[in-house]
Ligand binder design. Structure first.
Ligand SMILES: [Zn+2]
Length: 293
């Protein structure tokens, strides 16, 4: 089965993760720009991070036969630094124009402050100007209210709902999202919140329409194999393979294809990778032993 992980922060992961993901059938990933666990103090840190998402990280993924795309945006948490947020918003158009950038995101609410809402709204306008879909992060605290507010904001700006993916849903928020025309992402976590069994139960209850599953693996306790692991549980629970294929391939493909840049043609044909290849004079090899894989 062909698999896309449509939300995973590979910058925080190891080459072992890339190996395991490729072995498990993941052929493409979407890496949203996000919060790095520690607040950035200057706009230059964003410039280097954004450059790495379209540069080194995409190259690194290619060395494991995985197609890498990203989304660009100012995350909700750092939207509260009003001086820095202005500078990052001014920077974004340069990156939204780049190949491989398939949405504006992840944007949305964290503490649900006015500053967050202002940055959220301005980035929806940037998405409209750049003809890109939008990836919306929903908050960990007061998720239901954050979800309702996010959809209300999209509507108040008359942004097309079918170009919005509301992420990190649970049993409480999914019906709210499905009542709109937005897509519904689900992050499968190792210990807390949504897990594989709860996800399978949601698919049995609501079907596959506009439903998407991801690992959102990052620098915290998380698992980049959660999409394949969820497939295994859905099969165990008797969910048909064609339904699963919609959730892990067709749906994320249809959503991000709205960017006009999500090219996964032949992504399932594993390329022969020459790991001695270099990106700005660096390869993924640390020293000798270059060999074709
Ligand atoms: Zn994320």
């Amino acid at each position: 089965m062909k698999i896309i992980d449509p939300h995973v922060h590979m910058t925080s992961r190891t080459t072992d993760d890339y190996e395991a993901m490729a072995a498990a059938g993941i052929v493409a990933v979407v890496e949203p720009a996000f919060w790095l666990g520690q607040p950035r103090t200057q706009v230059g840190s964003f410039i280097d991070y954004f450059n790495s998402l379209v540069g080194w990280e995409r190259f690194r993924a290619s060395q494991f036969g995985i197609r890498h795309f990203c989304t660009m945006g100012l995350n909700p948490k750092e939207s509260n630094n009003t001086r820095l947020s202005e500078e990052v918003l001014a920077l974004l158009p340069r990156y939204l124009a780049k190949d491989g950038v398939v949405a504006v995101g992840e944007i949305g609410f964290d503490d649900q402050t006015d500053a967050e809402e202002a940055c959220f709204a301005r980035q929806i306008e940037l998405a409209r100007e750049h003809n890109l879909p939008v990836l919306v992060h929903t908050p960990h605290r007061d998720k239901k209210q954050g979800t309702i507010r996010s959809i209300a904001l999209v509507r108040s700006l008359n942004f097309p709902e079918e170009r919005v993916l509301i992420d990190h849903n649970n049993e409480e928020t999914l019906p709210i999202v499905l009542d709109s025309r937005c897509w519904a992402g689900h992050t499968i976590y190792p210990n807390t919140k949504m897990d594989e069994h709860r996800m399978a139960a949601l698919v049995k209850k609501y079907g596959h329409d506009r439903i998407i599953v991801n690992s959102a693996a990052d620098w915290g306790i998380s698992d980049p194999l959660k999409v394949p692991k969820t497939i295994a549980v859905m099969r165990e629970q008797g969910i048909a393979d064609d339904v699963i294929q919609k959730i892990v391939w067709d749906n994320p493909l249809a959503f991000f294809a709205q960017s006009g840049r999500f090219d996964v043609t032949d992504a399932d044909v594993r390329p022969t990778v020459d790991r001695s290849q270099k990106f700005e004079s660096n390869s993924v090899l640390r020293g000798e032993r270059a060999q074709a894989r």
